[in-house]
Ligand binder design. Sequence first.
Ligand code: IPM
Ligand code: MG
Length: 362
Amino acid sequence: MAKSYRIAILPGDGIGPEVTREAIETLRLIAEIRGFSLELTPYPFGAEHYMKTKETFPASALEEMRGQDAILLGAIGDPRLPVGLLERAIISGIRFGLDLYVNLRPIKLFAADLCPLKGKGPEHIDMMVVRENTEDVYAGIGGFLKKGTPDEVAVQEMIFTRKGVERVIRYAFDLARRRAKGRKLTLVDKANAVGAMDLWTRTFEEVGREYPDITREHAYIDAATMWCVKNPEWFDTVVTSNMFGDILTDLAAMIQGGLGVAASGNLHPGRVSLFEPIHGSAPKHAGKNVASPIGSILAAQMLLSYLGEPEGAELIEESVAELFATGKLRSAGTDSGVGTREQGEWVRQAVRRRASSPTKAC
Ligand code: IPM
Ligand code: MG
């Protein structure tokens, strides 16, 4: 019997729906080529839904998602609503609710033209950032005292647990081992200023002893941002805490061609996991057919790879790489001159051609 995958679709706000549509069409094409089927369940959560119903993200939806194979998310956020309301309820709600403790962010440059750094090409930029995804300042431990008065105090705790730190570090070592490249793992922290990060340093050393084949490196977050621009080739696999990973991966996305091309997976290995482009909802570009769907299409590619469909994932990645490498697509920004729909169609044309070419027939 043909395999079937149940995927929750959460297009969300702004450019989310239009980029997600291209990712879904690409997924459908791969399903047809590879002979599996898809059961897609759309969810309406986001700003419009909230404004109509006052519902952000109900517990029942999270429970339904638990029973799916994967979740594909577009983007969440709307300037008409209080800052972070939907992001915390939906994005953090799913990350924490499903305990998706790895935020995996591949940074790979497909063509030198996409990179704003002088003299850097695809051979210099190919890294995997493993961001911890359930702790740190995102854990929501904090609050206000005397709110709104001149004596106001605001506190937000940087929480790290031994279990939380260890499992993400272990994931990163395993990933470094699976990667063909450098067999090197770099810990990025700020242990010189944030004493609690000594837990990361110690855990990294202890777990690292079980991986003698992986070289251990270290960089403080401030230096890591500098190296990322100066010598990105220095990085192979990187592991870091939640907030530093958030910041580092926006910077890293720029050196691979911008937020339009960057994708991520929020994973709990072996369980339902969430895939999304790194970009946000970009409301000013919404509905204009100018947003790049590549980040979302590459999120779908990561989803397939996670579900155990590496051939389909590879078809997508090679097709995207080809569009940039041949110069057919020159930018992943809103200035590419190629519409959202057209870019999606170009990817699918390349996928069809690759799938039917004799060298790829097996
Ligand atoms: C990301 C985003 C989110 C984060 C926001 C939208 C809450 O920036 O996925 O990187 O900070 O994690
Ligand atoms: Mg971010």
